[in-house]
Design a protein around this ligand. Structure first.
Ligand code: SF4
Length: 409
């Protein structure tokens, strides 16, 4: 983007040589073949290949891989700066994991206490589920236009943003993997940016102008994510659309949409440094601003299949004029970790029928290659494919609390 100066991170994960025993666990979980080193010798990360997903980090039994991007102290300094409006963008998978760091039963849904603890710390709340809802509308509309044109034979209205099948684009590790390993299929990725990046742009435009009523230059947007790859995503130089918007209105600011990202583990450390306990924080049911309201569709983004289901419900409703009753995935034989579903629908405008076929891939190391190969060969049976890097989706992301047994899966 012209005039936007941000430089993307060159590295997020490094292996601590003093802790590494050369056991190869990190290699086993790395989806990109980015770990080098012989069995028994100290390993290292090849940053040219690394997807920054942190799967090595949450699965190493010796705690050797480290997240090197630590902005906890910088966020605390902003929270203490009276000139700054610090907006925390909370991803859905954080609220079901953060409780573990404060002694709550693993899996406890702690949304209200999380709002309360973050408000105590000085954050304004932007629930990323709100942005996930926007993402569904964007991605679903794009899919509907492609289905109408390519599958139902209608004339194209406006500019079609790529061929079918459409891949999801909300997982930054998957996007980087596609860029590095499968550049030919990039036109198939949805043009919608991720909920985190939509949230940043919304916070510094609509949020700054209408909700928080502050200058976007005095806003500091913090992604609170289950994911180390989100740190890389926020640093990508193309994500400065709020500043571009304001420059078109005559302003001169030059800033990223999302200023920094902290993981679930980082947030727990931040709250503890500020002597705030999630366990005893007051429950806040309503964060009292429209950017913290959302539908049930936004919530399921954190699970494998959630993005697919949410977008498909939108597409089904627009094409048929009716709600989709149930969406049932079935395991695809021989491809563990790939799920597929078929949905028959009749176009309410033309009366034409279509059976929409969708697939969900999670854990790209074992499950992705045959699905992508079929798309590249033009033989894929699907119209829409969700890909999430981490096994199980973001709930099992590389920024989540580390399982004391040494593996997260
Ligand atoms: Fe991050 Fe979720 Fe992708 Fe894992 S699946 S890399 S947590 S966005």
């Amino acid at each position: 983007m012209k005039g936007f100066q941000q430089r993307e991170l060159a590295s997020v994960i490094e292996i601590d040589r003093r802790k590494c025993k050369g056991c190869d666990a990190c290699k086993t979980f790395c989806p990109a073949g980015a770990i080098t080193g012989k069995y028994g010798a100290v390993h290292s990360v090849d940053n040219e290949k690394c997807l920054f997903c942190g799967q090595c980090l949450v699965n190493c039994p010796f705690g050797a891989p480290q997240d090197t991007v630590d902005s906890v102290d910088a966020v605390i300094a902003k929270l203490k700066d009276s000139r700054a409006t610090v907006v925390g963008v909370i991803a859905p998978a954080v609220r079901v994991a953060i409780g573990e760091e404060f002694g709550l039963e693993p899996g406890t849904l702690a949304t209200e206490k999380l709002y309360g603890a973050m408000q105590q710390a000085g954050f304004k709340i932007f629930d990323n589920n709100f942005a996930a809802d926007q993402c569904i509308m964007e991605e679903g509309s794009e899919l509907i236009a492609k289905i109408r044109h390519f599958a139902l034979g209608e004339p194209a209205h406006g500019h079609l943003l790529g061929p079918l099948p459409q891949f999801t684009s909300c997982c930054p590790a998957w996007v980087r993997h596609a860029e590095l390993s499968y550049p030919d299929i990039l036109p198939h990725l949805s043009s919608a940016k991720s909920p985190q990046q939509m949230a940043g742009a919304l916070a510094k435009t609509y949020g700054a102008n209408t909700v928080f009523r502050v200058s976007p230059e005095n806003m500091y947007v913090v992604g609170v994510m289950p994911c180390t790859a989100k740190k890389f995503e926020a640093s990508r130089p193309e994500f400065g659309s709020a500043a571009l918007y304001w420059r078109k209105q005559g302003a001169t600011g030059n800033y990223p949409d999302v200023d920094t990202v902290i993981t679930t583990r980082d947030l727990a450390r931040l709250l503890k440094k500020m002597n705030i306990s999630l366990a005893t924080a007051p429950g806040v049911a309503d964060a009292d601003n429209p950017l913290a309201r959302y539908s049930g569709a936004g919530t399921i983004f954190g699970n494998t299949g959630g993005v697919m289901e949410a977008a498909l419900r939108t597409a089904y409703f627009v094409i048929t004029g009716r709600e989709l009753a149930t969406l049932e995935f079935t395991p695809v034989r021989g491809l563990k970790g790939v799920k597929e579903a078929s949905v028959a629908m009749k176009d309410v405008k033309t009366g034409r029928e279509i059976v929409l076929k969708v697939a969900v891939v999670h854990g790209i190391k074992e499950n992705l290659a045959p699905v992508v190969a079929a798309v590249a060969a033009g033989t894929s049976p699907y119209h829409f494919i969700e890909v999430m890097n981490c096994p199980g989706g973001c709930v099992n992301g590389g920024g989540q609390p580390i399982n004391p047994m040494g593996t997260s899966w």
